[in-house]
Each structure stands twice: as C-alpha cells, then as structure tokens.
Design a protein around this ligand. Structure first.
Ligand SMILES: *[C@@H]1O[C@H](CO)[C@@H](O)[C@H](O)[C@H]1NC(C)=O
Ligand SMILES: *[C@@H]1O[C@H](CO)[C@@H](O)[C@H](O)[C@H]1NC(C)=O
Ligand SMILES: *[C@@H]1O[C@H](CO)[C@@H](O)[C@H](O)[C@H]1NC(C)=O
Ligand SMILES: *[C@@H]1O[C@H](CO)[C@@H](O)[C@H](O)[C@H]1NC(C)=O
Ligand SMILES: *[C@@H]1O[C@H](CO)[C@@H](O)[C@H](O)[C@H]1NC(C)=O
Ligand SMILES: *[C@@H]1O[C@H](CO)[C@@H](O)[C@H](O)[C@H]1NC(C)=O
Ligand SMILES: *[C@@H]1O[C@H](CO)[C@@H](O)[C@H](O)[C@H]1NC(C)=O
Ligand SMILES: *[C@@H]1O[C@H](CO)[C@@H](O)[C@H](O)[C@H]1NC(C)=O
Ligand SMILES: *[C@@H]1O[C@H](CO)[C@@H](O)[C@H](O)[C@H]1NC(C)=O
Ligand SMILES: *[C@@H]1O[C@H](CO)[C@@H](O)[C@H](O)[C@H]1NC(C)=O
Ligand SMILES: *[C@@H]1O[C@H](CO)[C@@H](O)[C@H](O)[C@H]1NC(C)=O
Length: 438
C-alpha cells in the first residue's frame, strides 16, 4: 500500500511542472481559474475553433493558447487572445481570475457590455478591449482597479459618462477611450490623483463642457487628444506650460474659444511635436511662443478666427512638415522666409485675406506635396517653380488674381493629382496639360 505513494508524489510534481507551477498549488484557486476560463469560453461563438480545439481537458489550462500563469502557482496572470475572432459577450466569470494582471482582448469581435466584475481584478495592470463592439457604460467598478496602468477601450460603442470613480486609478499612465459615444462632462476631479498619466485620449466622443484645469497639472503628460467632441470655452492657460507635452489634438470641437497665450513666458512647450486645434473658434494672433517649439512638425490651426500675419518665425522651426493655417482671418503677404522650411510637405493658407506675389523662395520647398492657396487675393504670374516641385500632388490657386501661363512642368508632372486654377485668366501652354481640368 505504501509503494504507490512515491509515483503519486512524482505525478503531482510532474503535473505541477506541466501546469507551470514550482511551489505547492492552491487547488481551490486553480480550479476556480479553470472554471472561470471555461465559463468565458462558453459565451463565445469561437468561429475558428481556436478555443474549442485548444482549451481542452487534455491540456492543463496554464498551457492553453492565450493563457499565461504565474511561475509560482497555477493561477492565470495573463489572458491574451487579441486578434482572435471570439464573437460573443464577456463572461462575468473573468472577475474570478483573481491573479490576472494582463488582459488583451483587442480586436476579438466582442459584443455586449463590460461586466462590472472586472472591477474585482485587483491585480490588473493592463486592460485592452479596443476595437470591438462593446456597448453600455464603463462600469464604475473599474475605479477599484488601483493597480491599473493601461486602459484601452478604443473603438467600441460605449455610452454614458466617464465614471468619476476612475479618478481612483492612481497608477494610471495610459488611458484611451477614443471613438465611442461617451457623453457628459469630463470629470474635473478625474485628474487629481492620476499624477503618472502620460497618455490621455478621449477623442471622437460626445463629451461636452470645458477642458478641466486639472489636466494641466499632470506632470507626466505627453499626449492629449480631446478632438471631435462638443467641448467649449477657453483652454486652461496652464496647458501651454507643460514641459513634457508632445501632442495636442483638439480639432473639431467647434466651440473651444479664447486666445492662445502668445509670449514665450506663458507658452512653454519645449517638447511639442504636433499641435492640431483646427475647426474651433480660437481668436488672436498665431502665438509667437510657438517659435520656441523646436521639435514642432505639425501646426494645424485651420478654420478658426486667428488674425494677423503669417508669421515669418515659422522659418525658425526646422522640423515643420505640415502648416495648415487656412480659413482664418490672416492678412498681409506670404513671408519669403517660408522658403527656408525645407522639410515642409503641406502648406494650406487657403481662405484668408492674403495678398501680394507668391514668393519665388517657396520654390525651395522640394518636399512639398500639397500647396493650397485658394481664395485669397494673390496677384502676379503663377510662379514657374510649381512645375519643378517633384513631389507635388495637390495644387490649388483658384479664386485669386493670378494670371499668366500654366507652368509647363505641371503638364509633365507624374505626381500631380489635383490641380485647381479656376476663376482666373489662364492661357494654355504649348505643352500638354491634358490630364488636368482647368
Ligand atoms: C494549444 O496552443 C498551444 C500554444 O499555441 C500549443 O502549444 C498547443 O499544442 C495547443 N494544444 C492543442 C491541444 O492544440
Ligand atoms: C494587445 O493587442 C493589440 C492587437 O493585436 C496589439 O496591437 C497590442 O500590441 C497588444 N498589447 C500588448 C501590450 O501586447
Ligand atoms: C466565481 O467563483 C465563485 C466561487 O467558486 C463562484 O461561486 C461564482 O459563481 C463565480 N462567479 C462567476 C461569475 O463565475
Ligand atoms: C479593427 O478591427 C477590424 C475588423 O475587426 C480590423 O480590420 C482592423 O485592422 C482592426 N484595427 C485595429 C487597430 O486593431
Ligand atoms: C470597490 O470595492 C469596494 C470594496 O471591495 C466595494 O465596497 C465597492 O462597492 C467597489 N466599488 C464599486 C464601484 O464596485
Ligand atoms: C481636485 O483639484 C481641484 C483643483 O485643481 C480641487 O478644486 C478639487 O477639490 C480637487 N478634488 C479632489 C477630489 O481632490
Ligand atoms: C466661449 O465659449 C463659451 C462657451 O460656449 C461662451 O459662453 C463664451 O461666450 C465664448 N466666449 C467668447 C469670447 O466667444
Ligand atoms: C523669448 O522671446 C524673446 C523675444 O523674442 C527672446 O529674446 C527670448 O530669448 C525668448 N526667451 C526664450 C526663453 O526663448
Ligand atoms: C510655468 O511652469 C513653471 C514651472 O512649472 C512655473 O514656474 C511658471 O509659473 C508657469 N508659468 C505659467 C505662466 O503658468
Ligand atoms: C533662409 O536661410 C538662409 C540661411 O540661414 C538665410 O541666409 C536667408 O536669409 C533665409 N531666407 C529668408 C528669406 O529668410
Ligand atoms: C526648374 O528646373 C529646371 C531644370 O532643373 C531649371 O533649369 C529651372 O531653373 C528651374 N526653374 C525654377 C523656377 O526653379
């Protein structure tokens, strides 16, 4: 009767190694995890049979595809089935995976709502449910996930408000709620305790009210996206004094207004790479302080009420690739210095009140592919250099007072896709311009 004991112990040891465990297993917790995974599987259609063929009794669950266990005990620490079509709703049983720290179910065709039970996963650090069709509200219970560092609910159909309880996520570094149907105010207290937040993306929702002052007190913030919402009112001025901020996207809220601080005392964004605040109601001049943003690549201010001249200091920004400042109340001439922005790829000055000649210096913009000057009061000949810009794809000069020949080079261009010269005196050149409608 004693003899079988040794093989049995061996068997246990082997099976615990197979299960990925080194120390004594905790059978009840482990059984609970197995049951939770099976309950999760049971709610999914699994059309490619990924779970049906793999999550079987023949294999210890720690070896199931997409499952990782702790090295110390057979408890599930990660569930990673991203890009596997699962089709179905999330089982509340996931809340029983009490050792789970990593959950990635991005792009898995999930439907239904996010179970509040996920709020029981107190060890969870990473939660990504992006690119599904999850609906309902964001459960306030997620505010209990105090170790959470990363939450990505991008591109679902979530509704309701951003729960105030999320303010308790004091380890949060990354939050993306972009492209949902979230409504209501952005909770003002949300940012009081999330001092590690580096990436904040609430874009493409239906959020209203003003942008909370507290955002500007996030010392680590590098990325801010609140574009395409219904936000209104002035920006907290301290947002322009955030030394780590690299990306600001506030485009298309329509009713964000007020001025942007101008002087380099009040606008100090030394790391800024992209500023996109078009389609709003901002006023005042294009702020001089931006001339200190040495890394600026994208400046998109179109469709606002900015006034004053096109700043010559733009030429001081060596990385500028995109300048969209059209559809504002800009006056004066194009500063020839813009020809020195040699990395420039797109220039939109359309729909302003600019006048004078188009400076020859712009012919130095060898990388430019989009040149949009339509609806201004430019005079003189169409500069021949347009025919020499080898990357040019889009050229709009219509609705100005330009005259003269269409540059011959445009007729030979292999890159040009759109040419708009209408409403001005044009003589066809001797060379073919057939590909283009005048
Ligand atoms: C399940 O998937 C894992 C990882 O892809 C693989 O090693 C294992 O052989 C699969 N098991 C079965 C029964 O298909
Ligand atoms: C989660 O899954 C998505 C989709 O495949 C992937 O892009 C992302 O890198 C994954 N995240 C991590 C941390 O593995
Ligand atoms: C979680 O586990 C407990 C204990 O095993 C069980 O009673 C309960 O039904 C489980 N909950 C879910 C949602 O599976
Ligand atoms: C989102 O899902 C669609 C289809 O499910 C897929 O084609 C697309 O690549 C996914 N996008 C991302 C960012 O995962
Ligand atoms: C968070 O956890 C506490 C303690 O477990 C619980 O009382 C509370 O209801 C939870 N909060 C939410 C919003 O579920
Ligand atoms: C958050 O900070 C603001 C000031 O920035 C303060 O008025 C508010 O009371 C704080 N809220 C909490 C919950 O600490
Ligand atoms: C700015 O927008 C707010 C909210 O829409 C509005 O109350 C305020 O009058 C606007 N201010 C200006 C100067 O237009
Ligand atoms: C601020 O601008 C002034 C005037 O253009 C300039 O003299 C000064 O050096 C700038 N200061 C900084 C810190 O860039
Ligand atoms: C900008 O931030 C610095 C340091 O954080 C602070 O000393 C200064 O007062 C701030 N300036 C403005 C205009 O907010
Ligand atoms: C362009 O830069 C060169 C070299 O720094 C300088 O000599 C020239 O004056 C600048 N052109 C304009 C129009 O500012
Ligand atoms: C256009 O290019 C041709 C050939 O490279 C050159 O001779 C001509 O001067 C250029 N014209 C302009 C306006 O840059």
């Amino acid at each position: 009767m004693h003899i079988p004991v040794v093989p049995l112990l061996l068997l246990l040891a082997v099976s615990s190694i197979v299960a990925g465990a080194g120390a004594a297993p905790s059978p009840s917790g482990s059984e609970n995890d197995a049951a939770a995974l099976l309950a999760f599987k049971a709610q999914l259609a699994d059309p490619l049979d990924v779970l049906r063929n793999n999550w079987t009794a023949a294999t210890p669950f720690c070896h199931w595809v997409g499952v990782l266990c702790s090295r110390r005990r057979p408890r599930v620490t990660a569930l990673m089935l991203q890009d596997v079509p699962l089709q179905g709703s999330l089982s509340p049983s996931l809340g029983n995976l009490s050792f789970l720290s990593f959950l990635n179910l991005t792009n898995t065709e999930l439907t239904g709502s996010i179970p509040p039970d996920l709020g029981r996963l107190t060890r969870l650090r990473f939660l990504a449910l992006a690119n599904n069709t999850l609906s309902g509200t964001i459960p306030s219970a997620l505010g209990n996930l105090t170790r959470l560092e990363h939450i990505d609910l991008f591109h679902n159909q979530l509704t309701g408000q951003i729960p105030l309880e999320l303010q308790d996520l004091r380890n949060l570094r990354y939050i993306v709620l972009m492209t949902n149907y979230l409504t209501g105010l952005v909770p003002h207290d949300f940012f009081n305790k999330t001092s590690l937040l580096g990436h904040l993306n609430l874009g493409n929702n239906r959020l209203s009210g003003t942008i909370p002052q507290a955002i500007s007190q996030l010392p680590m913030l590098q990325f801010l996206n609140m574009q395409l919402n219904y936000l209104s009112g002035p920006l907290p001025s301290a947002i322009f004094n955030m030394t780590r901020l690299q990306y600001i996207y506030l485009t298309g809220n329509y009713n964000l207004n007020g001025t942007i601080p101008s002087s380099n005392n009040s606008l100090n964004l030394p790391m800024l790479q992209e500023l996109a605040i078009g389609e709003n109601s901002f006023t005042g001049q294009i702020p001089l302080g931006l001339s200190g943003c040495q890394y600026l690549q994208v400046l998109s201010l179109s469709v606002n009420q900015f006034e004053g001249p096109v700043p010559a200091w733009l030429a001081l920004l060596p990385h500028l690739a995109i300048i969209y400042i059209g559809q504002n109340n800009l006056v004066g001439t194009i500063p020839p210095a813009l020809g020195n922005v040699t990395n420039l790829e797109q220039l939109d000055l359309s729909n302003c009140n600019l006048k004078g000649l188009i400076p020859q210096e712009l012919g130095q913009l060898r990388r430019i592919n989009l040149f949009n000057l339509h609806h201004n009061q430019f005079t003189g000949h169409i500069p021949t250099f347009f025919g020499n810009l080898s990357e040019l794809q889009f050229l709009a000069l219509n609705s100005n007072f330009l005259h003269g020949l269409v540059p011959t080079g445009l007729g030979r261009s292999r890159t040009l896709k759109v040419l708009s010269l209408g409403k001005q005196a044009i003589w066809r050149t001797q060379l073919s311009i057939h590909p283009f409608k005048l």
